[in-house]
Write a protein that binds this ligand. Structure first.
Ligand SMILES: [Zn+2]
Length: 468
């Protein structure tokens, strides 16, 4: 462990030095380029009057022109668009699968200030999609890790990491320092929090989501008043609450950790969030932006579709002319869901029906053939990844109708204890309760679950069991 922490410290210190050197190199290159102008052979021959006629935009340096030339060439961006990008401040909330590619392209495009918010640390399971983090960043703050990568892409812009959980106490203060907010989070409470913060500060919110093989993207709270190119200056696009006035039931919302996600899917959506941010900053009008429209990406059959969203709701609690929300509220309570992906411990079964991993291990060893029947209720792909030897797989999603009846028959025939097992000890309780409710009295007493699930099993009994 000593070697581990000393290496981690050494690498952190080397990274800091590397960043300082990279910044120094950038400044030196800039100086060198400027010097070159005065020492180039042609320079001497130039008529001073001609030099003064070289106009490279009011605010861009020669180096800026060179660096961003490939996008300045686009009529949609041009010099004035690049000047706006260099002056823009964008806040990226979430340094995960969406936030990493989004921030990467914003840094590349020269957005003057990028804030990046994330309370979490880098985990090995993040790296397949969170492209700003590497293996050496594990256990490092995601905000800091992302900021380090962004600085190495563009040392000329300001990167501000916020290693905090965005909540009602800090969202307004942070958001009000920026021009555009990107919602790159993965939970409903934070979506409402950011929406209301953007409605109160009148900032546009570019909202992305990605799960399994599908992604979605739209812009909420767009206001024409900030864009001189808009003909109708009174136009306001819908906010998240206009479209979704009430939160969905928490059990219907999936998460990447529970349902999985293919890495390139958030990569696509995050990149497009950056593109919408760039278009918005350079002054594209709302017809060309994803305002009042939602992009749906399906990676399974590789289709992009856009669906029309309802317009701004005249009675919207957040963005109407007479809003009922005048300050940020408790969004965890409002959505009846938590804003983090950390383990949620349900208490459905009484303690007497909950078996700890060491006790189960003992029963299995001592019981031999008479040991308990182990019912693993995770999905088939999860079961395929790793399982305790001797378990049988009955995915909890299909425990109804005929399948449930078949399982009940197995339990009735079984003379031993029946232990339900899942990843974290929540689904196992739900499945066990389903069986307890459906089965006849003499069999009810056999039913138990593995407390804390396979995560606890890995911690307390078998360290070789992978935690995912
Ligand atoms: Zn609204």
């Amino acid at each position: 462990m000593d070697r581990l922490s000393s290496l981690e410290n050494e690498i952190a210190s080397l990274r800091k030095t590397l960043q300082e050197k990279e910044h120094e190199l950038y400044e030196l290159r800039k100086e060198f380029t400027l010097q070159q102008i005065s020492t180039e052979p042609n320079y001497q021959q130039c008529d001073v009057n001609n030099i003064s006629k070289t106009n490279i935009g009011d605010k861009l340096t020669k180096l800026d022109i060179m660096r961003y030339s490939r996008q300045i060439l686009l009529p949609d961006i041009g010099v004035s668009g690049q000047e706006k990008l260099c002056a823009a401040k964008v806040l990226v909330v979430g340094a995960g699968g969406l936030g990493c590619p989004a921030a990467l392209y914003l840094a590349g495009a020269g957005v003057g200030q990028i804030g990046i918010v994330d309370y979490d640390t880098v985990d090995l399971t993040n790296i397949h999609r969170q492209v700003l983090h590497g293996e050496g960043d594990q256990h490092v703050s995601k905000a800091e890790s992302a900021a380090n990568s962004l600085r190495s892409i563009n040392s000329h812009i300001k990167i501000v990491p916020y290693n905090i959980q965005m909540d009602s106490t800090n969202a307004l203060e942070i958001a009000s320092k920026y021009d555009v907010i990107l919602d790159c989070t993965d939970n409903v409470p934070t979506r409402y929090l950011l929406n209301d913060a953007c409605a109160l500060t009148k900032l546009p919110l570019i909202s992305g989501s990605a799960l399994k093989m599908e992604g979605q993207l739209t812009i909420y709270g767009y206001r024409a008043t900030k864009n001189p190119n808009e003909k109708d200056q009174s136009y306001i696009g819908p906010c998240y609450r206009c479209v979704f006035p009430t939160p969905p039931p928490p059990e219907t919302v999936g998460s990447c950790s529970a349902n999985g996600v293919a890495g390139p899917v958030p990569g696509v959506i995050g990149s497009l969030q950056a593109l919408e941010a760039i278009k918005l900053i350079v002054g594209q009008t709302h017809e060309k932006l994803l305002v009042e429209r939602m992009l749906l990406f399906d990676g399974e059959d590789m289709t992009f579709r856009t669906v029309k969203l309802r317009g701004r709701a005249s009675a919207c609690a957040a963005c109407s002319d007479t809003p009922t929300i005048s300050r940020l509220i408790d969004y965890t309570a409002f959505c009846k869901a938590q804003a983090t992906e950390k383990d949620l411990d349900l208490q459905i079964l009484p303690q007497s029906r909950r078996m700890s991993p060491p006790v189960l291990s003992r029963h299995m060893t001592e019981g031999g053939d008479a040991g308990p029947l182990l019912v693993d209720v995770r999905s088939a792909p999860e079961y395929g990844m790793c399982r305790i030897e001797g378990t049988v797989n009955w995915p909890s999603d299909s425990l109804r109708g005929e399948t449930l009846e078949k399982l009940l028959e197995e339990v009735r025939k079984c003379a031993r204890q029946v232990i339900f097992i899942c990843r974290r000890g929540n689904d196992s309780q739900i499945a066990a309760q389903t069986v307890i409710d459906a089965i006849e009295e003499p069999h009810k007493s056999k039913i138990m679950d593995l407390k804390g699930g396979l995560h606890a099993w890995s911690r307390e009994v078998d360290n070789n069991f992978p935690i995912y």
